[in-house]
Ligand binder design. Structure first.
Ligand SMILES: Nc1ncnc2c1ncn2[C@@H]1O[C@H](COP(=O)(O)OP(=O)(O)OP(=O)(O)O)[C@@H](O)[C@H]1O
Ligand SMILES: [Mg+2]
Length: 273
Protein backbone atom coordinates (compact mmCIF):
# COMPACT_ATOMS: atom_id res chain seq x y z
CA UNK A 1 0.00 0.00 0.00
CA UNK A 2 1.59 3.22 -1.08
CA UNK A 3 1.91 6.50 0.77
CA UNK A 4 0.66 9.44 -1.28
CA UNK A 5 2.62 12.68 -0.80
CA UNK A 6 1.33 15.97 -2.25
CA UNK A 7 4.07 18.54 -2.84
CA UNK A 8 2.09 21.72 -2.46
CA UNK A 9 2.28 25.50 -2.00
CA UNK A 10 0.04 28.02 -3.79
CA UNK A 11 3.05 30.29 -4.19
CA UNK A 12 4.80 29.86 -7.54
CA UNK A 13 8.48 29.10 -8.03
CA UNK A 14 9.18 27.78 -4.52
CA UNK A 15 10.71 24.49 -5.67
CA UNK A 16 7.65 22.21 -5.72
CA UNK A 17 8.50 20.51 -9.01
CA UNK A 18 12.21 20.25 -8.21
CA UNK A 19 11.31 18.73 -4.84
CA UNK A 20 8.72 16.34 -6.29
CA UNK A 21 11.19 15.11 -8.93
CA UNK A 22 14.13 14.73 -6.57
CA UNK A 23 12.16 13.21 -3.70
CA UNK A 24 10.66 10.71 -6.16
CA UNK A 25 14.07 10.02 -7.74
CA UNK A 26 15.75 9.61 -4.34
CA UNK A 27 13.06 7.18 -3.17
CA UNK A 28 13.57 5.25 -6.41
CA UNK A 29 17.34 5.32 -5.87
CA UNK A 30 16.91 3.52 -2.55
CA UNK A 31 14.76 0.98 -4.35
CA UNK A 32 11.35 2.17 -3.25
CA UNK A 33 9.00 1.76 -6.25
CA UNK A 34 7.69 5.28 -6.80
CA UNK A 35 5.19 6.95 -9.13
CA UNK A 36 5.47 10.67 -9.78
CA UNK A 37 2.25 12.27 -11.07
CA UNK A 38 2.29 15.76 -12.55
CA UNK A 39 -0.93 17.52 -11.58
CA UNK A 40 0.23 20.88 -12.93
CA UNK A 41 -1.00 21.74 -16.45
CA UNK A 42 2.32 23.52 -16.88
CA UNK A 43 3.94 20.09 -17.31
CA UNK A 44 7.30 21.01 -15.77
CA UNK A 45 7.91 17.45 -14.50
CA UNK A 46 8.21 16.05 -18.02
CA UNK A 47 10.83 18.68 -18.85
CA UNK A 48 12.66 18.05 -15.56
CA UNK A 49 12.73 14.32 -16.30
CA UNK A 50 13.92 14.82 -19.88
CA UNK A 51 10.83 13.57 -21.73
CA UNK A 52 10.38 14.92 -25.22
CA UNK A 53 6.83 15.55 -26.36
CA UNK A 54 6.98 12.62 -28.76
CA UNK A 55 7.89 10.26 -25.92
CA UNK A 56 4.66 11.04 -24.06
CA UNK A 57 1.83 8.59 -24.64
CA UNK A 58 -0.97 10.11 -22.56
CA UNK A 59 -1.24 11.68 -19.15
CA UNK A 60 -3.52 12.69 -16.31
CA UNK A 61 -5.62 14.93 -18.57
CA UNK A 62 -6.52 11.87 -20.68
CA UNK A 63 -7.46 9.99 -17.50
CA UNK A 64 -9.58 12.87 -16.15
CA UNK A 65 -11.28 13.08 -19.56
CA UNK A 66 -12.15 9.39 -19.49
CA UNK A 67 -9.98 8.53 -22.51
CA UNK A 68 -7.37 6.44 -20.70
CA UNK A 69 -6.78 4.48 -17.53
CA UNK A 70 -4.13 5.77 -15.14
CA UNK A 71 -2.07 2.59 -15.74
CA UNK A 72 -2.00 3.35 -19.47
CA UNK A 73 -0.38 6.74 -18.84
CA UNK A 74 2.50 5.48 -16.71
CA UNK A 75 5.91 6.03 -18.30
CA UNK A 76 9.17 4.33 -17.35
CA UNK A 77 11.90 6.86 -16.50
CA UNK A 78 15.66 6.40 -16.70
CA UNK A 79 15.56 5.27 -13.05
CA UNK A 80 14.37 1.68 -12.82
CA UNK A 81 12.19 2.22 -9.74
CA UNK A 82 10.71 5.51 -10.90
CA UNK A 83 7.56 5.70 -13.01
CA UNK A 84 5.91 8.89 -14.22
CA UNK A 85 2.51 10.13 -15.33
CA UNK A 86 2.68 13.54 -17.05
CA UNK A 87 -0.21 16.01 -17.05
CA UNK A 88 -0.09 16.07 -20.87
CA UNK A 89 -1.75 19.44 -21.46
CA UNK A 90 -0.93 20.97 -24.86
CA UNK A 91 -3.41 23.84 -25.31
CA UNK A 92 -5.18 26.39 -23.15
CA UNK A 93 -8.46 24.75 -24.06
CA UNK A 94 -7.17 21.45 -22.68
CA UNK A 95 -6.03 23.28 -19.56
CA UNK A 96 -9.58 24.59 -19.04
CA UNK A 97 -11.06 21.13 -19.58
CA UNK A 98 -8.53 19.64 -17.13
CA UNK A 99 -9.49 22.17 -14.43
CA UNK A 100 -13.17 21.64 -15.14
CA UNK A 101 -12.90 17.86 -14.78
CA UNK A 102 -11.18 18.47 -11.45
CA UNK A 103 -14.32 20.10 -10.00
CA UNK A 104 -15.07 16.54 -8.92
CA UNK A 105 -12.68 16.77 -5.98
CA UNK A 106 -12.62 13.01 -5.38
CA UNK A 107 -11.47 12.14 -8.91
CA UNK A 108 -7.80 11.69 -8.00
CA UNK A 109 -8.52 9.78 -4.83
CA UNK A 110 -10.73 7.35 -6.72
CA UNK A 111 -7.93 6.76 -9.22
CA UNK A 112 -5.36 5.92 -6.57
CA UNK A 113 -6.81 2.64 -5.43
CA UNK A 114 -6.26 -1.08 -5.80
CA UNK A 115 -3.51 -2.09 -8.19
CA UNK A 116 -1.89 1.35 -8.37
CA UNK A 117 -1.55 1.68 -4.60
CA UNK A 118 -0.26 -1.87 -4.35
CA UNK A 119 2.33 -1.36 -7.08
CA UNK A 120 4.18 1.55 -5.45
CA UNK A 121 5.63 2.37 -2.06
CA UNK A 122 5.20 6.08 -2.79
CA UNK A 123 3.07 8.20 -5.08
CA UNK A 124 4.29 11.79 -5.32
CA UNK A 125 1.89 14.48 -6.60
CA UNK A 126 3.40 17.68 -8.00
CA UNK A 127 0.75 20.39 -7.52
CA UNK A 128 0.15 23.60 -9.49
CA UNK A 129 0.77 26.99 -7.80
CA UNK A 130 -2.89 27.53 -6.82
CA UNK A 131 -5.37 26.19 -4.31
CA UNK A 132 -7.93 25.53 -7.03
CA UNK A 133 -9.57 22.25 -8.00
CA UNK A 134 -6.47 20.36 -9.10
CA UNK A 135 -4.71 21.04 -5.81
CA UNK A 136 -7.86 20.18 -3.86
CA UNK A 137 -7.94 16.86 -5.77
CA UNK A 138 -4.35 16.22 -4.69
CA UNK A 139 -5.11 17.06 -1.05
CA UNK A 140 -8.16 14.80 -1.02
CA UNK A 141 -6.11 11.93 -2.48
CA UNK A 142 -2.98 12.42 -0.36
CA UNK A 143 -1.93 10.86 2.92
CA UNK A 144 0.47 13.68 3.64
CA UNK A 145 1.80 16.98 2.33
CA UNK A 146 5.28 18.34 1.82
CA UNK A 147 5.34 22.13 1.65
CA UNK A 148 8.40 23.76 0.03
CA UNK A 149 9.06 27.32 1.13
CA UNK A 150 11.50 29.59 -0.68
CA UNK A 151 12.95 32.25 1.63
CA UNK A 152 13.62 34.42 -1.43
CA UNK A 153 9.90 34.91 -1.98
CA UNK A 154 8.41 34.06 1.35
CA UNK A 155 4.84 35.07 2.13
CA UNK A 156 3.08 33.92 5.24
CA UNK A 157 -0.26 34.56 3.52
CA UNK A 158 0.18 31.72 1.03
CA UNK A 159 1.11 29.29 3.79
CA UNK A 160 -1.78 30.33 6.02
CA UNK A 161 -4.21 29.83 3.13
CA UNK A 162 -2.78 26.38 2.50
CA UNK A 163 -2.86 25.37 6.17
CA UNK A 164 -6.48 26.55 6.41
CA UNK A 165 -7.42 24.48 3.37
CA UNK A 166 -5.73 21.39 4.84
CA UNK A 167 -7.66 21.99 8.06
CA UNK A 168 -10.99 22.31 6.21
CA UNK A 169 -10.34 19.10 4.28
CA UNK A 170 -9.59 17.32 7.56
CA UNK A 171 -12.35 18.88 9.67
CA UNK A 172 -15.05 18.32 7.06
CA UNK A 173 -13.89 14.70 6.93
CA UNK A 174 -13.21 14.92 3.21
CA UNK A 175 -9.82 13.43 4.01
CA UNK A 176 -9.61 13.33 7.77
CA UNK A 177 -6.24 11.58 7.92
CA UNK A 178 -4.35 14.14 5.83
CA UNK A 179 -1.13 15.16 7.59
CA UNK A 180 1.69 17.63 7.07
CA UNK A 181 4.99 15.76 6.65
CA UNK A 182 6.77 19.07 6.91
CA UNK A 183 7.71 22.47 5.61
CA UNK A 184 10.85 22.30 3.53
CA UNK A 185 13.04 25.37 3.23
CA UNK A 186 14.34 25.43 -0.34
CA UNK A 187 16.83 27.62 -2.18
CA UNK A 188 18.40 28.49 1.17
CA UNK A 189 21.20 30.97 0.61
CA UNK A 190 23.50 31.00 3.63
CA UNK A 191 25.09 34.24 2.40
CA UNK A 192 21.92 36.26 2.80
CA UNK A 193 20.47 37.54 6.05
CA UNK A 194 16.96 37.03 4.75
CA UNK A 195 17.43 33.26 4.44
CA UNK A 196 18.62 32.99 8.05
CA UNK A 197 15.84 35.30 9.25
CA UNK A 198 13.13 33.35 7.47
CA UNK A 199 14.51 30.07 8.75
CA UNK A 200 14.30 31.45 12.31
CA UNK A 201 10.77 32.78 11.77
CA UNK A 202 9.59 29.54 10.20
CA UNK A 203 11.00 27.44 13.04
CA UNK A 204 9.46 29.79 15.62
CA UNK A 205 6.08 29.73 13.87
CA UNK A 206 5.75 26.11 12.78
CA UNK A 207 8.18 24.45 15.22
CA UNK A 208 8.74 20.73 14.62
CA UNK A 209 6.80 20.93 11.35
CA UNK A 210 9.82 22.60 9.73
CA UNK A 211 12.15 19.90 8.45
CA UNK A 212 15.72 19.92 9.66
CA UNK A 213 16.94 19.42 6.10
CA UNK A 214 17.13 22.57 4.01
CA UNK A 215 17.81 22.59 0.27
CA UNK A 216 20.58 25.05 -0.53
CA UNK A 217 20.53 27.44 -3.44
CA UNK A 218 22.70 25.44 -5.80
CA UNK A 219 23.35 26.11 -9.49
CA UNK A 220 23.66 22.35 -10.15
CA UNK A 221 19.97 21.91 -9.20
CA UNK A 222 18.95 24.49 -11.76
CA UNK A 223 21.30 23.01 -14.35
CA UNK A 224 19.94 19.50 -13.77
CA UNK A 225 16.36 20.76 -14.30
CA UNK A 226 17.44 22.42 -17.50
CA UNK A 227 19.18 19.26 -18.71
CA UNK A 228 16.12 17.15 -17.91
CA UNK A 229 17.58 15.05 -15.13
CA UNK A 230 17.06 14.77 -11.36
CA UNK A 231 20.00 16.43 -9.63
CA UNK A 232 20.63 13.24 -7.67
CA UNK A 233 21.71 11.52 -10.90
CA UNK A 234 23.10 14.60 -12.66
CA UNK A 235 25.65 15.28 -9.93
CA UNK A 236 25.08 13.03 -6.93
CA UNK A 237 27.86 14.70 -4.95
CA UNK A 238 26.72 18.31 -5.22
CA UNK A 239 25.19 20.07 -2.23
CA UNK A 240 21.70 20.09 -3.78
CA UNK A 241 21.72 16.34 -4.46
CA UNK A 242 23.04 15.53 -0.99
CA UNK A 243 20.32 17.72 0.53
CA UNK A 244 17.60 15.94 -1.44
CA UNK A 245 18.95 12.55 -0.36
CA UNK A 246 18.92 13.76 3.27
CA UNK A 247 15.42 15.13 2.82
CA UNK A 248 14.26 11.73 1.62
CA UNK A 249 15.68 9.98 4.67
CA UNK A 250 14.11 12.60 6.96
CA UNK A 251 10.72 12.25 5.27
CA UNK A 252 10.94 8.45 5.50
CA UNK A 253 11.80 8.74 9.17
CA UNK A 254 8.96 11.20 9.83
CA UNK A 255 6.48 8.94 8.07
CA UNK A 256 7.63 6.03 10.20
CA UNK A 257 9.65 4.15 7.58
CA UNK A 258 13.22 2.98 7.83
CA UNK A 259 15.39 2.60 4.73
CA UNK A 260 14.98 -0.93 3.44
CA UNK A 261 18.64 -1.49 2.64
CA UNK A 262 21.01 1.00 4.13
CA UNK A 263 23.23 2.67 1.57
CA UNK A 264 21.69 0.70 -1.26
CA UNK A 265 21.03 2.85 -4.30
CA UNK A 266 19.60 1.97 -7.70
CA UNK A 267 20.73 4.48 -10.26
CA UNK A 268 21.57 1.91 -12.92
CA UNK A 269 19.48 -0.26 -15.19
CA UNK A 270 17.94 -2.68 -12.70
CA UNK A 271 14.38 -3.87 -12.77
CA UNK A 272 12.07 -3.13 -9.85
CA UNK A 273 10.92 -6.26 -8.08
N1 LIG B 1 17.90 24.49 -4.78
C1 LIG B 1 17.83 25.20 -5.89
N2 LIG B 1 18.90 25.93 -6.30
C2 LIG B 1 18.84 26.67 -7.44
N3 LIG B 1 17.76 26.74 -8.23
C3 LIG B 1 16.66 26.03 -7.87
C4 LIG B 1 16.64 25.23 -6.69
N4 LIG B 1 15.41 24.66 -6.59
C5 LIG B 1 14.71 25.07 -7.66
N5 LIG B 1 15.43 25.90 -8.42
C6 LIG B 1 15.01 26.58 -9.65
O1 LIG B 1 13.97 27.49 -9.30
C7 LIG B 1 12.96 27.52 -10.29
C8 LIG B 1 11.60 27.20 -9.67
O2 LIG B 1 11.63 25.87 -9.19
P1 LIG B 1 10.41 24.88 -9.42
O3 LIG B 1 9.97 24.87 -10.83
O4 LIG B 1 10.77 23.60 -8.79
O5 LIG B 1 9.30 25.63 -8.53
P2 LIG B 1 7.74 25.38 -8.50
O6 LIG B 1 7.27 25.73 -7.12
O7 LIG B 1 7.40 24.04 -9.00
O8 LIG B 1 7.21 26.47 -9.54
P3 LIG B 1 5.70 26.59 -10.09
O9 LIG B 1 4.90 27.11 -8.95
O10 LIG B 1 5.82 27.58 -11.22
O11 LIG B 1 5.27 25.23 -10.53
C9 LIG B 1 13.40 26.53 -11.36
O12 LIG B 1 14.05 27.23 -12.38
C10 LIG B 1 14.38 25.61 -10.65
O13 LIG B 1 15.36 25.07 -11.53
MG1 LIG C 1 6.06 23.40 -10.51
Amino acid sequence: MSTVVAVVNPKGGVGKTTTAINLAASLAAIQRPTLLIDMDPDGACEVGLGFSRSAIHGGLFDVFSGRATLSATIHQTSLPYLHFTPSNIRTSEEEMQFAEAATDRRLMRDLLTGNIRDAYDFIILDCPPTLANLTVNALVAADTTLIPVNPGQFTVKAIIRLVKLIRIIRDKKINENLTVAGFLITMFDARTRISAQIERDMRAMFKHLVLQTMIPMNARVNEANYRGEPVITYDSQCAGAQAYLNLTLEVLYRLGFTPRRRGSVALGAETPT
